[in-house]
Write a protein that binds this ligand. Structure first.
Ligand code: HCB
Length: 221
């Protein structure tokens, strides 16, 4: 099985929610020396986009999305140690960067947020994950307690994205806005939207989130 056949089969297994096949094929990708980051970017994440399209077309309903998400996580768990091993070879930053991360209130999507956390930890950042459905008050408490450098918020629904602004307003009220860099992301979020809610940056994926976090802190020096 060559790379494109393997990616096709793995994508189909995820879409069908076939956890065992997804796991086996992820193992096979490693055995075949395929870069695990490429498998994640070019196969696992696009497979979830197809699942989303099927949901939009009413071909899929919530249970199908859920089992597809679980199959994706099974495949991801196989890839994670390999990705970690590669990341460890990269140079870590001189100063430890502290990040508070969470999916905003009203939103339970956390796969993307967990990936951002995973890549940030891999880059040597200290990450405090507040989970999902996080309120502005909880974000503020954690930022104060951890003396965080960066706040990363995630939202996947058009009705929860405006909560970014609620949190940023609260940061302004608390006099914390100038002390922290705010990054937002999630499939429907855009650069333009990030500007609208007055975030410092938008990251389109977990890889960029790490680079952008470093650039933001470099800029602020
Ligand atoms: Co959900 N869902 N869902 N869902 N879901 C979406 C997001 C829709 C787009 C599907 C659709 O209609 N096409 C849609 C939202 C439409 C909209 O408003 N624009 C939707 C809906 C409507 C809903 C419900 C409301 C459905 C319902 O109940 N009627 C409900 C939400 C309930 C709630 O939250 N209150 C719901 C539920 C679910 C689950 C539970 C079945 C499941 C989530 C499981 C979980 O997360 N543990 C789910 C899933 C899996 C999806 C889709 C299919 C995939 C999302 C995903 O995990 N993508 C999604 C369709 C889609 O997005 N294409 C669909 C893969 C990850 C890796 O991508 O974009 O999250 P990502 O993250 C990237 C990137 O954005 C960036 O890095 C990540 C990695 O590269 N990033 C950040 C993410 N966060 C960041 C933060 C930063 O600071 C920086 C970068």
């Amino acid at each position: 099985m060559d790379k494109s056949e393997l990616f096709k089969a793995l994508s189909e297994a995820i879409i069908k929610g076939d956890q065992n096949t997804a796991e086996e094929l992820a193992q096979k990708s490693i055995k075949n020396s395929i870069n695990p980051i490429e498998t994640l970017q070019n196969c696992l994440i696009p497979a979830m986009d197809i699942v989303g399209q099927k949901f939009e077309n009413q071909e899929f309903f919530l249970p199908e999305i859920l089992i597809a998400a679980r199959a994706m996580e099974h495949a991801l768990n196989v890839l994670k140690p390999e990705i970690e091993a590669r990341r460890k070879q990269e140079k870590s930053p001189e100063k430890e960067i502290t990040v508070v991360i969470g999916t905003v209130k009203g939103d339970i999507h956390d796969i993307g947020k967990n990936l951002v956390k995973f890549f940030m930890e891999g880059a040597g950042f200290k990450v405090f994950d507040l989970g999902k459905e996080v309120s502005a008050e909880t974000f503020i408490q954690a930022i104060k307690k951890r003396n965080a450098d960066i706040l990363c918020m995630s939202a996947l629904i058009s009705t929860t994205m405006p909560y970014f602004r609620t949190v940023i307003k609260k940061l302004e009220e608390e006099g914390l806005r100038d002390k922290i860099k705010v990054m937002v992301g999630g499939a429907p979020v855009t650069e333009e939207y990030a500007k609208k809610v007055k975030a410092d940056a938008y990251a389109e994926d977990a890889f960029k989130a790490v680079q952008i976090a470093r650039a933001l802190l470099e800029e602020g020096k």
